[in-house]
Design a protein around this ligand. Structure first.
Ligand SMILES: CC(=O)N[C@H]1[C@@H](OP(=O)(O)OP(=O)(O)OC[C@H]2O[C@@H](n3ccc(=O)[nH]c3=O)[C@H](O)[C@@H]2O)O[C@H](CO)[C@@H](O)[C@@H]1O
Ligand SMILES: C=C(OP(=O)(O)O)C(=O)O
Length: 428
């Protein structure tokens, strides 16, 4: 892959409209879920991002038929037909699985259908240790044997039997993986202390569309009544609230005036509340949000604490930290989900930010301005946060490792340019 960087001229107010794409974190679970279907599925509103390209390639390599259809020119999303009927087993080696987190959903989906699967350890953003003990606990509780050898996770069961599973930590990934395996288990599975994120509900709706019986998604108790067979279905992925939040923060950061279309405002309540607390004006419509800042007034610093949904999302902590670097006063950012999610801070400091990190806390004292610099992205949302910093900074900023942006933001440069940002991509 050719290395690229993004060059940004700071100081431009973002203005105009942006259409949000389908949610990465829902889509990357729904594609592996087609393995459980074993019938033709049509999935609309898939974001055009590298995680999706990689996942569909993995399915094709395992014998699925994948057909990509037309792209929406405004938000970049597309539709895909996936037929996994011809698949007879599920094996994803290190080279296939290492590129993204969501490769681990193949384990749950294939365990349900074939009663066995082998998938190498997943990749994903380097933001902490990211253990998978709760996934394994869930599979074992359903009756599977789990072995890890040479970095490959093998799951195998003669029968999967529904049971009660209490998650020791609220995990999005474990909740989804257990749902995927349990839809075809015998009897009822109850997941307690389940994650409640919007994409848990989207995945449950997809599974129910296939003929599964999943109830309670969106609450912390999910009940799954196993069914002997499921089939294909047609589904539209929900809007990406993290992409939407990123554009909201970028609009606020540049004193902008931006309408964010194709969103579910309810999914962004914590972000809307925090931005309003800072002095950002936000108007909510049914499927859009207007974000406006009176540039003459300046923004007030606030404190944020990342929490499971409906709390402030960890995936927006890094973009939000960038905004806080120029807000008046002191803000404290507490990261409760991932212990390693402050790698963007050293880069922001290069741009003049005043931040002190102590353990899981970052104390940010607002400065008058950031200054352009060459900075390096270390993960997906760090990349977004550095672009936001570049939009605010005086002069030119270069953000290296921009392939991270392409993991999760559809048509990023194009959407930013449409809003008036001066960004362009060059070879690194
Ligand atoms: C592809 C995808 O959807 N990624 C999202 C998903 O990641 P992911 O599913 O990996 O995150 P989890 O919700 O599982 O992780 C939450 C916390 O639980 C811990 N944990 C998790 C599983 C486990 O078996 N044991 C354990 O201890 C993790 O280390 C972390 O501290 O949810 C995160 C939290 O909203 C988001 O930041 C990611 O963008
Ligand atoms: C951490 C993220 O993704 P992943 O879990 O795919 O690494 C993210 O989307 O911010």
């Amino acid at each position: 892959m050719e290395k690229e960087k993004l060059v940004i001229q700071g100081g431009v107010r973002l203005k105009g409209q942006v259409d949000i794409s389908g949610f990465k974190n829902a889509a990357v679970a729904i594609i592996p879920a087609t393995v459980a279907a074993g019938g033709p599925c049509v999935i609309d509103n898939l974001p055009g991002i590298s995680d999706i390209t990689i996942l569909t390639q993995i399915l094709e390599d395992m014998g699925a038929k994948v057909e990509r259809n037309g792209q929406d020119p405004d938000n970049g999303s597309h539709s895909v037909n996936i037929d996994t009927t011809g698949m007879t087993e599920c094996y994803a080696d290190h080279d296939m699985a290492k590129n993204l987190r969501a490769s681990y959903y193949l384990l749950g989906a294939a365990l349900g259908r074939f009663k066995r699967a082998k998938v190498a350890y997943p990749g994903g953003c380097d933001i902490g240790v990211r253990p998978i003990d709760q996934h394994i606990k869930g599979f074992e509780a359903l009756g599977a044997k789990v072995a890890i050898e040479h970095g490959i996770i093998s799951v195998e069961a003669e029968r999967l039997i529904g049971t009660e599973i209490y998650l020791d930590v609220v995990s999005v990934g474990a909740t989804i993986n257990i749902m995927l395996a349990a839809i075809r288990a015998e009897g009822r599975t109850v997941i307690e202390n389940a994650a409640k994120e919007p994409h848990i509900v989207d995945v449950a709706n997809f599974l129910n569309g296939m003929g599964a019986d999943v109830r309670g998604a969106g609450t912390d108790v999910i009940k799954i009544n196993g069914v002997p067979e499921v089939g294909g279905c047609h589904h539209t992925v929900i809007p990406d609230q993290i992409e939407a939040g990123t554009y909201m923060i970028a609009a606020a950061a540049t004193g902008g005036d931006v309408v964010i279309n194709k969103v579910i405002p309810k999914h962004l309540e914590s972000v809307i509340a925090k931005l309003r607390e800072m002095g950002v004006q936000i108007t909510e419509e049914d499927e859009s949000l207007c974000v406006r800042v009176d540039a003459s007034k300046g923004l007030k610093n606030v404190s944020i604490k990342t929490l499971v949904y409906p709390g402030f999302p960890t995936d927006l902590q890094q973009p939000m930290s960038s905004l806080l670097t120029v807000a008046k006063g002191i803000g404290i950012v507490t990261e409760t989900i991932f212990e390693g999610r402050f790698k963007h801070v050293e880069q922001l400091k290069k741009m003049g930010a005043n931040i002190k990190v102590e353990g899981r806390m970052a104390v940010i004292e607002g400065v008058d301005r950031l200054m352009g610099a060459t900075v390096t992205a270390t993960d997906l949302r760090a990349a977004a946060s550095l672009v936001i910093a570049g939009l605010m900074a005086e002069g030119e900023t270069e953000v290296e490792n921009i392939f991270y942006i392409d993991r999760g933001y559809d048509l990023f440069d194009e959407k930013m340019t449409r809003l008036g940002a001066k960004v362009h991509r060059v070879k690194a």
